[in-house]
Design a protein around this ligand. Structure first.
Ligand code: ZN
Length: 319
């Protein structure tokens, strides 16, 4: 079946592909309550026309989009916020208290990403980052609620992947929009054993005990489904959460083992080798029969990001 840019997941929730880097990597969501809407996750600035195209195709009045909600301010989640807010006349941005200032003045986010990718690649992947007028920004603390046309959304503070991360619980679907807190699960790796899930430790705030506490906090809501940013909806989350908790411990053990033998200069490369070996082994134990090259195509970017994040974590610990 051909890949779909928009996928109706039931519960008045539509998955939108952000087309960042390649299709099937990062999602955002349109949620409807009554005759109002919220957009949860935005992809990058380059995703904005895709989101607006969906609204147009559905004949949705732009003034009916009440909220724009990035789970945290990493650019694959929040890069499109400013451009989207410009296009939506009455929307309010709901953001974690630790992320708000970066949405109002994105200079630091832009400088950080440009330092990593260079100007040309930054423009290609992220396009731009547009500032948001602070009068349109509302910060959401743990337990805060809003309604979208009578549909309640509850905000859950979930540090561990990043300190500026919340998740959004939707009692209507008994689903949670988890950003990067509940790991990643790419559909090509799903087997008869179910979705293949793994934690993500993108730089620079990975905090293993906090991440495990956040995963437990999400499971305590007894969700029936999880809306992952990477990628789309998974059901029956309890065993997936248990698996994630084990894998966070495995990541920590892996990083500590590598740190014992690799010197600082070779650390990131050695972590990448170990992370690749670990994730490929887990995928095969899960029943994936893909070649190394095929697994690399699906997991390569995350192997790199996870290794960079673990290197930062090891270094921050030794200081
Ligand atoms: Zn992230």
């Amino acid at each position: 079946m051909a890949f779909q840019t928009f996928d109706d997941l039931g519960q008045h929730i539509t998955r939108i592909d952000t087309a960042m880097v390649h299709e099937g990597l990062a999602a955002c969501y349109l949620l409807r309550g009554g005759d109002e809407y919220a957009i949860i996750e935005t992809g990058t600035h380059n995703t904005v026309p895709t989101i607006l195209a969906l609204l147009k195709a559905r004949k949705i009045d732009l003034a009916k989009v009440k909220y724009v909600i990035p789970t945290h301010v990493h650019l694959d989640h929040a890069g499109g916020v400013g451009g989207l807010m410009q296009a939506l006349p009455v929307a309010t941005l709901l953001v974690h208290p630790r992320g708000a200032r970066h949405m109002i003045d994105p200079a630091k986010l832009k400088a950080g990403a440009t330092a990593v990718y260079g100007e040309a690649q930054f423009a290609e992947i992220y396009g731009d980052i547009i500032p948001v007028d602070e009068r349109r920004v509302r910060t959401m603390d743990d337990g805060d609620e809003v309604t979208v046309g009578g549909r309640k959304l509850v905000f859950i503070d979930t540090p561990g992947h990043a300190r500026h991360h919340f998740c959004v619980y939707d009692p209507t679907s008994r689903g949670i929009f988890t950003g990067d807190t509940f790991g990643l699960s790419y559909p090509p790796l799903t087997t008869v054993n179910g979705p293949f899930i793994c934690p993500t430790t993108t730089p620079v705030q990975f905090d293993p005990p906090a991440l495990k506490a956040s995963i437990r906090k999400l499971l305590a809501r007894q969700p029936q489904r999880i809306y992952l940013t990477h990628y789309s909806m998974v059901e029956n989350p309890q065993p997936l959460g248990e698996r994630l908790l084990t894998m966070v411990d495995d990541y920590v053990a892996l990083a500590e083992t590598v740190a014992e033998t690799a010197d600082d200069a070779a650390l990131e490369q050695a972590l990448m080798t170990a992370m690749r070996e670990y994730l490929f082994r887990c995928a095969r134990e899960h029943g994936c029969d893909m070649s190394d090259a095929q697994l690399e195509a699906v997991l390569g970017l995350d192997i790199q990001l996870n290794s960079q994040g673990l290197a930062v974590w090891l270094q921050s610990r030794s200081r």
